[in-house]
Design a protein around this ligand. Structure first.
Ligand SMILES: NC(=O)c1ccc[n+]([C@@H]2O[C@H](COP(=O)([O-])OP(=O)(O)OC[C@H]3O[C@@H](n4cnc5c(N)ncnc54)[C@H](O)[C@@H]3O)[C@@H](O)[C@H]2O)c1
Ligand SMILES: CC(C)=CCC/C(C)=C/C=C/C(C)=C/C=C/C(C)=C/C=C/C=C(C)/C=C/C=C(C)/C=C/C=C(\C)CCC=C(C)C
Length: 596
């Protein structure tokens, strides 16, 4: 419908769009380190290296110093690792290595860290670029990977507990709040499906079984045999449980217990918001992780905005004696005799290191950065099983506070009439209102509405500048009308500020091929079996981020960062390793992936 040229704005009060800058990320937010709003977290300025506590200077090392020291031979033996990109995946890999004593250089194309988990300021508003729903940010258990990543570099952020993970507004007046308290959520869901009470308890109960197994493990690289076999030895039941569920998907398990098609569609929506695909295509381990963590540790929002996480990690990295360089656009990975040894930037500079870690997507890494090599077999297999998920259309708005009814929840998912529209472009609407939790993000009397919906690059190609801007306006207007009708009457006239980003915006500012949200299976996958880990077929080159195991999600890429750092540390001699067992395990994992 949104592609239809007959969709008109005529019956709406026109919205004033801000055209300077024309797209949301275009006028760059200044890097605001040291501003009062960033004091929400605290980081220790001391680090321990070789048993000595060392004081380091301020976080922003001079760029020239990095440029000089990064050249081959100028930095002692060079860097231990270069990380391409400072998304959460790259930053976690970098900081974890830095605390193990590695010299790391992070190269970021943009002017601030965070990638999809970045932020920007406009007219008194602090907007999160991507998701505002933070899993893994509690102070409980082993799966609070964001908390742990920050703690590793001496940082702690103040968080605000979210009482409701998401409020679903679904077809047939199904309105379900996912309460922080598990029993309250089950009670609410069961009130709609009393005949399926047993099935509901069994399905979510199976999720808890997996979550508890995950939560009992120390999480490190599944590609490192000494660790993996050690875990099997210490926690055999838990590891066997995870191995059993590794090739399974949530939808198939839900169907063992639940018959009601509407309830199965609800479970599809539960999975869709974290995987962009339905339950039949969502790995059971990933579904269990998110469907339980929201009740176990709860969803917690960082005071001052999601951008604070990346800023704290970047500061922590520098505090550990490693470095981050902004406006550093890597255009190629330099290989010598088949081994990755360095990178070249768009301005011609070259940096060298023992290992190269790419936080760019695998499509970008192997399609653009690795030159002159045919696509390795492993990557070919990955691309056979996974395709780029569509991108997003996002609307960042500031609105008058009175338009929101009292007790409005922070996160909403809206699919009005038809379950079949769930996965269609513009079919369902995600909405976050982070100012419900943290009013400091907006001027007084205002709220932030961050609205997004799936949209693919094809829809935005080949338009003139004028047509592109006009189309943004039409599409955004339609989404706002839908929200006005479903949730907030008077929304349009309450708008104080609005910026619209398209897949092109995401591609440009996040450097993700076609602005993709991440990988999604082409058909029904074998759970997580086909998802590659961090090593690649190029010696010395590793990948990290959402096109690695376990996939999309801030907590998921944080885990990928932890795994990557462990594997790299073993390979550069900072952790124990066994070359014989390595060969066997990597061979076995490679073979398992071919079964997917
Ligand atoms: N709307 C949303 O909610 C939303 C959107 C997208 C992603 N996300 C989340 O974030 C996760 C992605 O995190 P991630 O760690 O994989 O990566 P990321 O995409 O967030 O970050 C990658 C970083 O690498 C940089 N980069 C890419 N290519 C580069 C190059 N050639 N040279 C220098 N820098 C380069 C980018 O500028 C970016 O900062 C997703 O899985 C998802 O959960 C959320
Ligand atoms: C190796 C072999 C063969 C075997 C062995 C066995 C074992 C031991 C295994 C193990 C395993 C493991 C450890 C695993 C792990 C995993 C994990 C950690 C996972 C995780 C995951 C996560 C995820 C997926 C997440 C996601 C999230 C997301 C995406 C989010 C998003 C959000 C959004 C978008 C928002 C929404 C909004 C609204 C509604 C507004």
């Amino acid at each position: 419908m949104l592609n239809s040229p007959i969709l008109s704005l005529s019956n709406h009060t026109p919205i004033i769009y801000h055209h300077t800058p024309p797209t949301k990320f275009q006028s760059l937010p200044s890097c605001s380190y040291g501003r009062p709003e960033f004091s929400s977290g605290s980081c220790s300025n001391a680090f321990r290296r070789k048993g000595v506590v060392v004081k380091v200077k301020g976080m922003m090392k001079l760029e020239e110093e990095v440029v000089e020291s990064g050249k081959r031979g100028d930095f002692g033996e060079g860097f231990d690792a270069i990380v391409i990109g400072s998304g959460i995946g790259g930053l976690v890999a970098g900081t974890q290595l830095a605390v193990k004593g590695a010299k790391v250089l992070v190269l970021e194309k943009y002017v601030i860290p965070g990638g999809s988990s970045g932020f920007y300021h406009r007219e008194g508003y602090t907007f999160d670029v991507g998701s505002s729903v933070m899993f893994g940010f509690s102070d409980k258990g082993n799966l609070n990977l964001i908390t742990q990543a920050l703690e590793a570099v001496g940082c702690r952020m103040q968080v605000i507990p979210d009482p409701t993970t998401v409020h679903f507004h679904l077809p047939n007046h199904l309105s379900v709040r996912v309460h922080r308290e598990y029993d309250k959520f089950i009670e609410e869901l069961t009130s709609y499906f009393p005949h399926e009470k047993d099935g509901i308890l069994k399905f979510y109960g199976e999720c808890w079984k997996i979550f508890n197994a995950l939560n009992s493990l120390e999480l490190k690289s599944l590609e490192e045999p000494l660790y993996l076999f050690g875990q099997f030895f210490q926690k055999p039941l838990e590891c066997l449980t995870l191995a059993y569920y590794l090739p399974q998907n949530a939808g198939a398990i839900a169907r063992k217990y639940i018959q009601d098609p509407q309830l199965l569609s609800f479970i599809d929506a539960e999975c869709f918001i974290v995987s962009t695909v339905n339950a039949l295509q969502t790995p059971m381990i990933n579904a269990s992780m998110v469907l339980c963590d929201r009740h176990f540790g709860g969803i917690n929002y960082p005071l001052g905005g999601v951008g604070g996480i990346a800023k704290s990690l970047a500061k922590g990295l520098v505090d550990q004696g490693s470095q981050i360089l902004y406006k550093a656009n890597v255009t190629s990975i330099i290989t010598e005799q088949g081994k990755a040894v360095g990178v070249r930037l768009s301005d011609g500079r070259e940096f060298f290191a023992k290992t190269i870690i790419s936080n760019a997507t695998r499509w970008d890494t192997f399609g653009k950065l690795v030159k002159g090599e045919s696509l390795p077999k492993e990557e070919e297999n990955f691309q056979k099983v996974y395709v780029k998920a569509p991108s997003f259309l996002s609307i960042h708005m500031g609105v008058k506070a009175e338009v929101l009814p009292p007790d409005t929840d922070c996160h909403h998912f809206v699919l009005e009439n038809n379950w079949t529209s769930l996965e269609e472009p513009y079919g369902s609407i995600f909405l976050s209102i982070p100012t419900i939790l943290d009013s400091s993000l907006a001027p007084e009397g205002r709220h932030i509405l961050h609205i997004f919906t799936t949209s693919s690059m094809d829809d935005w190609q080949g338009l003139s500048r004028i047509d592109y801007e006009a189309k943004k306006q039409v599409v955004a207007d339609e989404i706002i009308s839908r929200l006005e009708k479903k949730l907030f009457p008077g929304l349009r006239s309450s708008i104080d500020f609005i910026e619209v980003g398209t897949p092109k915006t995401h591609r440009r500012y996040l450097a993700r091929d076609e602005g993709t949200y991440g990988p999604m299976p082409r058909s029904i996958p074998k759970g997580l079996l086909g998802m590659p880990f961090n090593t690649t077929s190029i010696d010395g080159l590793y990948c990290v981020g959402d096109s690695c195991f376990p996939g999309q999600g801030v907590i998921a890429v944080a885990f990928s960062g932890v795994m990557c750092a462990h594997r790299v540390a073993a390979d550069i001699g900072l952790e124990k390793k066994s070359p014989v067992l390595d060969g066997m395990l990597l061979g076995l994992l490679g073979w398992l992936r071919t079964l997917a």
